[in-house]
Design a protein around this ligand. Structure first.
Ligand code: IMP
Length: 200
């Protein structure tokens, strides 16, 4: 199955290459337009991105694909009323990744709860129809006192998944590939696609 990924985020693309092994993955090409991201919820954004990319590909696509896959994801911090949430990619975007992580940690009131979760919504847009299917998952955890580790991307160096005492930036890649928000959503997607493939 050929899947067009509606993303140019290198961190996401790297993870999908492992999570969706066995699928032919085509990244959103550099000459294609920027995909708008203006929804108030992860699900809106994921759906808009998948539908936008499908429409564009139908008239401009350079090769046949079976479906478009969009990922909208982010970090939701309880003490920040769920923020940065859907704005995760845009929060302090002018700063380096490390400074951005430190800026986020500084926003936490002293003694506030440090609980947080990564959320991922995948939207699948089959080329041969106009519907969308959604796969949503999260991973619970808490925020470190300061960034640790250089693995992964984005907020990984400040996020400690529940049951561990190191951040995703420090833990072996295999741990994130097993229990992350994206890993769980991708597993649900794989299961749904396998069921479709075996239906008469
Ligand atoms: P968007 O889905 O393109 O809006 O961007 C999601 C943003 O959330 C990324 O740019 C990261 O800052 C953050 N994010 C999403 N997933 C992860 C993850 O697995 N690790 C670290 N940061 C993430």
């Amino acid at each position: 199955m050929r899947l067009l990924l509606a993303s140019r985020n290198p961190g996401k693309l790297r993870e999908f290459a492992g999570l969706l092994s066995g699928f032919a993955l085509i990244p959103w090409p550099i000459e294609a337009p920027e995909i708008p991201e203006d929804g108030a919820f992860f699900r809106d954004n994921a759906g808009h991105k998948a539908a936008f990319a499908r429409d564009w590909w139908r008239s401009h696509g350079s090769e046949p694909v079976d479906a478009v896959l969009a990922d909208d994801s982010g970090l939701c911090v309880d003490a920040l009323w769920g923020g940065p949430g859907v704005l995760s990619a845009r929060f302090a975007a002018a700063l380096s990744n490390d400074d951005k992580n430190r800026a986020l940690l500084k926003m936490l009131p002293r003694d506030a709860s440090r609980t947080a979760r990564f959320v991922c919504v995948l939207a699948l847009a089959p080329m041969q129809e106009d519907g969308l299917r959604f796969f949503e998952a999260c991973v619970e955890g808490s925020l470190a006192m300061e960034p640790h580790g250089h693995k992964g991307f984005g907020y990984d160096p400040i996020f400690i998944p529940e049951g561990f005492d190191q951040t995703f930036g420090e833990l072996p890649d295999e741990v994130k590939a097993r229990l992350s928000h994206r890993a769980r959503a991708a597993r649900a997607l794989r299961e749904a696609l396998a069921t479709l493939a075996t239906e008469p």
